[in-house]
Design a binder for this molecule. Structure first.
Ligand SMILES: NC(=O)c1ccc[n+]([C@@H]2O[C@H](COP(=O)([O-])OP(=O)(O)OC[C@H]3O[C@@H](n4cnc5c(N)ncnc54)[C@H](OP(=O)(O)O)[C@@H]3O)[C@@H](O)[C@H]2O)c1
Length: 365
């Protein structure tokens, strides 16, 4: 493998898993972030070099980023980190990867496609569980029918959260809900639609509600499908609360409310233990429809989101360093193809032969 990798945010919950996985894979990444003490301890433990720099001064960021071949940004929420690091990467000809799954930020990175091509830079965000799994499923489904026009992706079993993920989710609450319609992102109330999905072969379908996953951005760029909805199963009480809240969820996004919730998230959410992660399984269903009414569906089963994230992120970074992904903006499924995710232990996909039209409740709000 050619080239040096810098992992920014390497001492966060996920950054630590990523750095350890990179070392286990035989890589020698440089650790980076804004806190010297945390970096020194981690560098000592893993026997790696480290760089301390904040993202406040573009010249400083460019100076550090320009010394490596690729940056893997594990510092989220990405509203504060993707912009400065992407700009520095474009300025210095350095490839960029991250674990983002927030629609608006992914859309912003996508707008830099032409700049990236001109600079010879690969921009490959969202190389964590979200969206590697669903993006590969979307690309797989798009190949199953002629002229696909509607995609639905649904997740069941999301149970493990780090404080960084909770902060990112809270931040994402500034957009209560979103779907893609006719190629454009449309704001909708949270839990706008409820729809049933069969997550297992011999299981009763379960209700899931629309939630704004990153695929509203990435699946469109990967497949060109103009209408996309993303769903997740949530407990019945939460579904009712979300449906009642509708557009009012923007209150959660107000600065004082969000600030208070972030403090709580920092205090009470330390991230799942290795044992908790080992117990966790996520199930995904995807459905696609064509202009002529043809339909296809597939299910996927994956291990815990954080363990899988560490593996996919490190593997994607290695491939980018190896020059496998040309310059420009890419999604994981677009860069590596629909079967990429099947190469990771514990990930299974099955096509579903026939599909009864599921029960859909009318949009609320
Ligand atoms: N796509 C996926 O499937 C997936 C999976 C896992 C995680 N994630 C995302 O990855 C991100 C990190 O998650 P986590 O669990 O590692 O959270 P975490 O434990 O809170 O760690 C976040 C890290 O980011 C750093 N950071 C945050 N804002 C920064 C800024 N403005 N400048 C410099 N450093 C900054 C923090 O540094 P300080 O400690 O110095 O503040 C910390 O090292 C989240 O956005 C999460 O949603 C995505």
């Amino acid at each position: 493998m050619a080239g040096e990798l810098l992992i920014y945010g390497s001492y966060g919950y996920t950054g630590k898993l990523v750095a350890k996985t990179a070392v286990e894979a035989g890589m020698i990444p440089i650790l980076a972030g804004r806190r010297t003490e945390a970096l020194e301890a981690q560098a000592l433990e893993l026997g790696l070099d480290h760089r301390t720099f904040s993202l406040d001064h573009p010249a400083v960021v460019a100076d550090h980023v320009g010394q490596v071949d690729a940056v893997l940004n594990c510092a989220g929420p990405y509203s504060g980190t993707a912009g400065p690091l992407v700009r520095a990467c474009l300025r210095t000809g350095t490839d960029y990867l991250d674990l983002d799954a927030q629609i608006d930020i992914l859309e912003h990175v996508a707008t830099r496609d032409a700049d990236a091509v001109a600079a010879g830079v690969t921009l490959l965000p969202a190389v964590g569980f979200s969206v590697v799994t669903t993006d590969c499923l979307a690309v797989h489904l798009a190949d199953q029918v002629d002229r696909p026009i509607q995609l639905r992706l649904a997740l069941d079993g999301l149970q493990t959260y780090s404080s960084g993920t909770v902060k990112s989710i809270l931040e994402g609450a500034s957009r209560p809900g979103a779907v893609r319609e006719h190629g454009k992102i449309r704001d909708v109330p949270v839990a706008w639609k409820t729809r049933e999905f069969a997550f297992g072969a011999d299981e009763e379908p379960k209700p899931a509600v629309t939630l704004p996953w990153g695929d509203i951005s990435t699946a469109y760029h990967a497949t060109g499908i103009p209408n996309i909805e993303t769903y997740a199963t949530v407990p019945a009480y939460a579904r009712t609360a979300m449906e009642r809240a509708g557009w009012l969820t923007t209150v959660v996004a107000s600065k004082p409310v969000r600030g208070a919730l972030e403090v709580v998230a920092r205090a009470v959410v330390s991230g799942p233990t290795a044992a908790e992660r080992a117990q966790s399984v996520v199930r995904i269903v995807g459905e696609v429809e064509s202009a002529s009414g043809d339909r296809a569906s597939a299910r996927m089963r994956t291990p815990d989101t954080y363990d899988l994230t560490a593996k996919t992120a490190v593997d994607a970074a290695r491939r980018v360093l190896d020059g496998e992904v040309p310059p420009g903006f890419w999604t994981p499924g677009g860069a590596f193809g629909p079967d990429y995710v099947l190469g990771f232990t514990g990930v299974k996909r099955e096509d579903v032969d026939t599909m009864e039209p599921p029960r859909v409740e009318s949009p609320s709000g």
